[in-house]
Design a protein around this ligand. Structure first.
Ligand code: NAD
Length: 478
């Protein structure tokens, strides 16, 4: 029987008032894998009313109770992860090992927010008179809405639901229509762990219809979006026009600066996993490999050799290390970026071709001799594509790293502490990781600057985004 994913409104699973469904495609074979309910205006109104009621309940729930319920949901997610991982494989096209990893890390993120919920302290400010007291108290901002994409269907939701619940907010998630089944199971964990009705809601449908109604709606006090820069800019402008707090987690075009003194073997190993995880469909995936000229050819050879070992296939096969792209549309985008670069003189060092005719597979691809006039050097490829660029001085590499309007993740590999410090200080990005991949752990900030977004979805900053600071001052009665 075909898998059906429903909406979660006010503690109930419902098919949607119009009983309309969208097809869900398995990216590994292009076949219809399931169906997902499509929310109507009536469903959205119900979700908003439930979120308003849920907010009143949740903000009055003691932080110890909230924390306990969140920890319980993380435990359920771990217990059910084998079953949920198979849904991620079938609908997001991930290799099984990656699906397991996504769920393990999502449970860790939820655990961390459950702990940090207990530490959302305010502060006392010294008064100018002994008759006066001054304090800053933290209050949940109100019902929130989060829009999450298909690349990490559960983890992206947890990065919004975790801090919202920790802060005492209710939240409606517009989940990914491309991979709805794993998010549905995650919401089942929240419900079964005791999150009260209305505190969390899950909608699917037409993204622009849902954001067009929910973002300006007076019930909603906070908007969080993960996705592409153009959509993020649009939603941020709507949020701004209605004076809503917004967190925007958008695209990147991550530079990685590889100096001649780096441990090249280790760099090639780590960058292989970081680049090709989920077929390169991660906003922090390294894209522009800026390599000191004396080791340029050597590094390309090391990287190519590792690409040969990637096993392309359906994520259900445990041997698979490189799954498909998410959609025919993404495959076509990648192919056109490669064609454009090659037509302008880039060298195809490895891959570049579609694999098979079923599903949306692309070979791991390396382009060298790329120049700034090529589209791929300016647009985020969001796929299994690495661009190799030589540099002669560190300043030149830093200038190239900062050339684009993106500023999400950046990487550096060097044995020289002075170079590492210079890169960390000069590269314009929200996150920079040197000599390892150290991003995306729960306790550290996760977010971009420039066109890559506003705010953070990790660490203390993530909870702060769902809190208001209220200044309270009192004077002793005269
Ligand atoms: P897209 O711009 O069509 O969609 C990106 C996401 O935004 C999807 O989840 C989509 O459902 C949602 N969306 C689109 N229009 C919307 C609207 N009006 N209101 C609310 N949500 C809306 O791009 P795509 O082809 O699906 O994905 C590729 C691009 O998206 C990449 O270039 C990448 O930058 C970005 N992306 C980023 C992340 C991330 O983790 N930051 C994740 C997925 C996609």
């Amino acid at each position: 029987m075909m898998l059906q994913s429903h909406l979660f409104i006010d503690g109930h699973w419902i098919p949607g008032s119009e009983e309309r469904y969208l097809d869900v495609i398995n990216p590994a074979n292009g076949e219809v894998e399931g169906r997902v309910a499509h929310a109507s205006r009536y469903d959205m109104d119900r979700a908003l009313a439930a979120a308003e009621r849920g907010f009143k309940v949740w903000k009055e729930t003691s932080v110890f109770e909230r924390s306990k319920i969140m920890r319980g949901a993380a435990t359920l997610l771990r217990q059910r992860s084998e079953e949920i991982a198979t849904l991620l494989v079938a609908q997001a096209g991930k290799p099984l090992a990656e699906a397991r990893l996504e769920l393990a890390s999502a449970a860790d993120v939820l655990d961390w927010f459950s702990e940090e919920a207990r530490r959302a302290y305010g502060r006392v400010i010294s008064p100018r008179s002994s008759a006066v007291s001054q304090q800053v108290i933290k209050e949940p901002i109100g019902p929130a809405v989060g829009f999450t994409p298909w690349n990490f269907p559960v983890a992206q939701i947890v990065r919004k639901v975790g801090p919202a619940l920790a802060a005492g907010c209710s939240i409606i998630i517009k989940g990914p229509e491309e991979a709805p089944a794993a998010p549905v199971e995650f919401f089942r964990c929240l419900h079964d762990a005791g999150v009260p009705a209305g505190v969390v809601g899950l909608l699917f449908g037409t993204p622009a219809e849902i954001s067009g109604y929910l973002v300006p709606h007076p019930t909603i006090r906070k908007v969080s979006f993960t996705g592409s820069v153009p959509v993020g800019k649009h939603l941020a402008s709507v949020a701004g026009a209605h004076m809503k707090r917004a967190t925007m987690e958008l695209g990147g075009h991550a530079p990685v600066i590889i100096c001649a003194d780096a441990n090249l073997e280790l760099a090639a190993d780590v960058l292989l996993t970081t680049k090709f995880r989920h077929a390169g469909q991660a906003c922090v995936a390294p894209t522009r490999f800026l390599i000191e000229r004396s080791v340029y050819s050597k590094f390309i050879q090391l990287y190519k050799a590792r690409c040969e070992n990637l096993v392309i296939g359906d994520g259900r096969d445990p041997a698979t290390t490189l799954g498909p792209l998410n959609s025919e549309r993404r495959l076509a985008t990648l192919q056109s970026l490669i064609e454009d670069a090659v037509s302008k003189g880039a060298t195809l060092e490895h891959g570049g071709r579609r694999v098979g005719t079923k599903g949306f597979f692309l070979e791991p691809t390396i382009l060298s001799g790329v120049t700034p006039d090529m589209r791929v050097m300016n647009e985020e490829p969001f796929g299994p594509l690495a661009l190799m660029v030589p540099f002669d001085s560190l300043d030149e590499a830093i200038d190239e790293a900062n050339r684009l309007p993106f500023g999400l993740a950046a990487y550096a590999w060097t044995a020289d502490l002075r170079a590492a410090n210079k890169i960390s200080r000069s590269v314009e990005s929200g996150m920079i990781s040197t000599n390892h991949f150290g991003l995306a752990i729960p306790e550290t900030p996760y977010g971009g600057i420039k066109d890559s977004g506003i705010g953070s979805e990790g660490g203390l900053e993530a909870i702060e985004a769902y809190l208001n600071s209220k200044f309270v001052t009192q004077m002793d009665p005269a």
